[in-house]
Design a protein around this ligand. Structure first.
Ligand code: NCD
Length: 308
């Protein structure tokens, strides 16, 4: 097993499949009256969040607690980070406290990689800037596999603000490893063609959502990351929704079996219409539930937990 999980490219097909299979086992715990396993008793997991988060932070906390680990939640607000403490000094503090795993979200791309050099425990990247978010890619793969029965040979359209999306980057890497075909769709200003090709060979790019929809098994909508935009990448929110938003008429262009995904948080009415987000084809709520099982599997395998 790998020691850290920093990138969707860190896992080969066998390791990814082991994580997904372990997550399937973990999911059975969620259905029990006592949702707890003793696997990580006595181990310490620190959640280090320098950036806002709802789903991911709660999900990692639930995952660690269901495995009986001791969980320390650290958010940059209200800590000495607000006094200017560096990531390195924070890392040394965590090290002194004996953290077995550090789950980190940070606005700077590459911060988890730096952290991995400073602590002895395992580092899990919970989202670094516009770079990567590997557990999101794993939970997305898990959701596709459980809805559609396989990953190899699936055609996945990743739609929207690819340029600023760590979810897209990690998904492209992992899905390519697992034998799915990926097409990136969005306005040319938000699709870095050279970056797509450099990430994984054979990635498709299209600027025409209507043309792509009839040929996909999965459509993954991305949030328009306005907080990361310091330029105007499209004329207006209305114009964006008109060309790249998934509304009901567009959803009807999908094959019967195709699913609609979104990592959340959504801009309802912009990249996705409310009727689509709440439709039976949407896996958005399932993705959140699956996230806990997948993060349990990741923590369990990285920390070499006791037998289940
Ligand atoms: C994503 C993130 O934070 O990168 N959300 C998540 O983790 N569920 C996507 C986003 O913010 O758009």
């Amino acid at each position: 097993m790998i020691r850290h999980l920093l990138s969707g490219g860190d896992v080969d097909a066998d390791t990814a499949t082991l994580i997904l299979d372990t997550a399937t086992e973990m999911a059975t715990v969620a259905g029990r009256e006592v949702k707890k396993l003793p696997a990580l008793r006595g181990r310490t997991v620190v959640n280090l969040f320098y950036e806002d988060s709802t789903r991911t932070r709660i999900s990692f906390e639930a995952a660690a607690k269901r495995l009986s680990a001791d969980v320390i939640n650290f958010s940059a607000k209200g800590s000495s980070v607000a006094k200017g403490e560096s990531l390195k000094d924070t890392a040394l503090t965590l090290q002194a406290m004996g953290a077995d795993a550090v789950v980190v979200r940070h606005p700077a791309s590459g911060a988890p990689h730096r952290l991995a050099n400073w602590v002895d425990g395992s580092v899990v990247n919970a989202g670094d800037g516009t770079h990567e978010h590997p557990t999101q890619a794993l939970l997305d793969a898990y959701t596709m596999r459980s809805r559609l029965g396989r990953l190899a040979g699936l055609h996945v359209a990743v739609v929207g603000d690819v340029l600023h999306s760590r979810v897209a980057r990690s998904n492209v890497l992992l899905l390519s490893t697992l034998g799915a075909k990926v097409t990136l769709v969005g306005p040319p200003t938000l699709i870095p063609v050279d970056i797509a090709q450099a990430l994984a060979p054979g990635i498709g790019v299209s600027y025409d959502l209507d043309a792509v929809l009839p040929n996909v098994d999965v459509v993954m909508m991305l949030r328009v990351q306005r907080e990361r935009m310091n330029d105007s990448y499209f004329p207006s929110a209305r114009e964006y929704a008109r060309r790249y938003g998934l509304d009901v008429p567009r959803m009807r262009r999908l094959p019967e079996h195709a699913i609609v995904m979104h990592p959340g948080p959504m801009n309802r009415g912009m990249e996705i219409a409310p009727e689509v987000a709440d439709s039976p084809r949407s896996t958005i709520v399932e993705q959140v539930a699956n996230g806990v099982s997948v993060r349990m599997a990741v923590l369990y395998l990285l920390l070499g937990g006791n037998n289940l």
